[in-house]
Design a protein around this ligand. Structure first.
Ligand code: NAG
Length: 238
């Protein structure tokens, strides 16, 4: 019978060795962020404390899974172990299936997501004219966004800022050259466009990046499935 193809064996080995290293790196980084004091400070800046803890935990899980799969694929290929290759295949297949399921769910709930995002943004308008600490953080974030994206206010324009307008008017102000993307509000020359459509556009861009990464990953995963299956069969035929 034909033996084991060296090409497939060593590509499996090299790629999975790289994955294994990546997994260790992600795991180490996530654990460092979780444990170290500096990391804690990075996490607790802003008020997304709970949220970022969750994402670090997810990162730890992802790092561990990549490390284990990389190890199985790498060792399975070198030692020509059918058992390890089979475990690798099953693990990878499960991940691919989960990814497909997440994609289908995501596509199904896309319009729901758009509605919730829109409602949340409309809800948040009230923070612009408020004075408590939570509102302050939001105001600061929007002020920076305004300056970068040349917009003012969230949904109605400068009026959203209410009595806080003068305090944040600087980030709304147009440069000297008056043009028709600007308007006068409360004695200041400010951007006419509210930030909501720009925020939505930014979210959409992030989602497209995530979809792109997911498709790229799926291709790599399918290659891994094919290679491990071929190797598994070749070892069986030896
Ligand atoms: C967003 O929500 C507001 C208020 O709930 C609503 O008036 C508006 O039509 C919605 N816009 C979109 C694009 O769904």
């Amino acid at each position: 019978m034909a033996g084991v193809s060296g090409c497939i064996k060593y590509s499996m080995f090299i790629f999975n060795f790289l994955f294994w290293l990546c997994g260790i790196l992600i795991l180490a980084l996530a654990i460092w962020v979780r444990v170290s004091k500096d990391g804690q400070e990075i996490l607790s800046s802003g008020d997304a404390d709970v949220n970022s803890n969750v994402s670090v935990n997810i990162l730890i899980a992802v790092g561990a899974i990549i490390m284990i799969l990389g190890f199985l694929g790498c060792c399975g290929a070198v030692k020509e172990s059918r058992c390890m290759l089979l475990l690798f295949f099953i693990g990878l297949l499960l991940i691919l299936l989960l990814q497909v399921a997440a994609g289908i769910l995501g596509a199904t709930f896309k319009s729901e997501y758009d509605r919730v995002l829109n409602e949340t943004l409309y809800e948040n308008v009230k923070y612009l004219s408020a004075t408590d600490d939570n509102a302050k953080a939001f105001q600061q974030a929007l002020a920076e966004f305004q300056e970068e994206f040349k917009c003012c206010g969230l949904v109605r324009g400068a009026a959203d800022w209410g009595s806080n307008f003068q305090q944040f008017s600087k980030s709304c102000e147009c440069p000297e050259m008056p043009d028709d993307s600007c308007t006068v509000y409360d004695g200041k020359y400010v951007y006419k466009q509210p930030c909501i459509s720009l925020l939505k556009g930014l979210m959409a861009k992030h989602i497209i990046i995530i979809i792109g990464i997911a498709f790229g990953l799926a291709v790599v995963e399918i290659l891994g499935l094919v290679f491990s299956m071929v190797l598994y069969c070749q070892i069986g035929n030896k």
